[in-house]
Write a protein that binds this ligand. Structure first.
Ligand SMILES: *Cc1c(COP(=O)(O)O)cnc(C)c1O
Length: 378
């Protein structure tokens, strides 16, 4: 049996270990230190965001964003439904109410039309939403021009979930820098990793200072430990930031490799009936974190994405259905949803293929030949 082929596994370049060693040698084994400062600088210079705070996860970055925007119990927050649960969970941490918005077909991200409809309807119901959380799913930039225009019109701040979108741009501007606050993740499966970690980026220095303050237990400026607000332990450790600094030196290579995976799959599979790819609209540049295909069983003689997934699994190849939308999740289905079924249809027919930057050509070829075998059985 071949070795397991993973969906997206960590890919070190070698410099990470030197940085970790340096952290040990200098005894900076704490949630602060020179690698944390350096990693934040690297993130700012890569995204041109202005300011960055390195945190313990992307989830904590979303949580702090909601706190800083004053989201509390009973408030409503508009959130893309088609996403990983970490986009929405922090809304519940605050006792607030998620209002889920469907996707449009071009980018698979938040549909501006349904966003507008939802805002109008919520205002009519007597409550103006406190924040909007669009997501750059699988690295594909959301329609930020339209979403930002709507947010401005109604004066609702955007928390941009760019956890999957580091290295993606829209009209040359980095994903994560369109909103009031941008969220990055360095979890083990993301395009680069710190083993676990995240960051908040913003052009507003006060937000980032506040995030650092809240993330280190909200300690007031006093020689004793004094607190006038509830704090959190959400800072990134200097050891993890050392890994991150190494990863930042190869981020552009990682994006190039993942884009090349996408091109490989597309060249081998896109002429098959019933198999379609997620193309970049004009002006969009996706990091292609994961390559996704949509399988239409009406055009494959009934072969479904699940048939493909099971056949891949038999060959020790990990693939995964697209994210199950939040409005269909047992924990979130009771909340309002505005949409037309686009994300549900993508969930039914979509499959994420192995997409790591460390896959070999023979790995990719095995994925392709397995898919071709199933589709040629018809
Ligand atoms: C990974 C991810 C997050 C959460 O990041 P963590 O660092 O794992 O907490 C949030 N949103 C999306 C869309 C993600 O994929």
């Amino acid at each position: 049996m071949n070795n397991k082929i993973w969906l997206s596994s960590p890919h070190m370049c070698g410099k990470e270990f030197e940085n970790v060693k340096e952290a040990f040698e200098t005894n900076w084994i704490a949630p602060l230190g020179p690698h944390v400062d350096g990693f934040e600088k690297d993130l700012v210079s890569f995204t041109k965001s202005g300011y960055a705070a390195a945190l313990s996860s992307g989830t904590s970055a979303i949580h702090l964003s909601l706190i800083m925007l004053g989201v509390g119990a009973g408030d409503e927050v508009l959130c893309q439904s088609f996403t990983f649960s970490a986009s929405a969970n922090p809304i519940a941490y605050q006792g607030a109410i998620p209002i889920f918005i469907d996707s449009e077909e071009d980018t698979w991200n938040m549909c501006p039309k349904h966003l507008s409809l939802a805002i109008e309807d919520r205002i009519k119901n007597g409550m103006k939403p406190k924040a909007i959380i669009p997501v750059h799913l699988y690295g594909m930039p959301a329609k930020m021009d339209e979403i930002v225009a709507i947010a401005k019109e109604y004066e609702i701040p955007i928390i941009e979930d760019a956890a999957e979108g580091l290295g993606s741009t829209l009209n040359g501007q980095a994903c994560g820098t369109f909103g009031e606050l941008g969220v990055l993740s360095f979890n083990g499966n993301k395009i680069i990793t710190t083993s676990g970690g995240g960051a908040l980026i913003s052009s507003n220095e006060a937000h980032i200072n506040k995030a650092r303050f809240l993330a280190t237990q909200a300690r007031d400026n006093a020689p004793h430990y004094q607190h006038s607000q509830i704090g959190y332990n959400y800072r990134m450790s200097n050891v993890c930031a050392g890994i991150g600094r190494g990863q930042m030196t190869v981020l552009n290579d990682r994006v190039a490799q993942r884009r090349s995976n996408f091109e490989f799959y597309k060249s081998k599979l896109s002429n098959l009936n019933g198999v379609s790819f997620h193309n970049e609209p004009e002006g969009s540049f996706s990091n292609r974190w994961l390559t996704c295909i949509v399988v239409n069983p009406n055009e494959t003689d009934g072969i479904t994405r699940e048939d493909l997934r099971l056949a891949l699994d038999k060959k020790n190849i990990e693939s995964r259905p697209l994210w199950k939308p939040m409005h269909l999740q047992p924990i979130f289905e009771k909340y309002p949803f505005y949409g037309d079924g686009t994300s549900a249809k993508l969930f039914d027919n979509g499959l994420c293929l192995p997409s790591g930057s460390n896959l070999s050509t023979s790995d990719l070829e095995l994925v392709v030949s397995t898919i071709l075998e199933v589709l040629n059985q018809k």
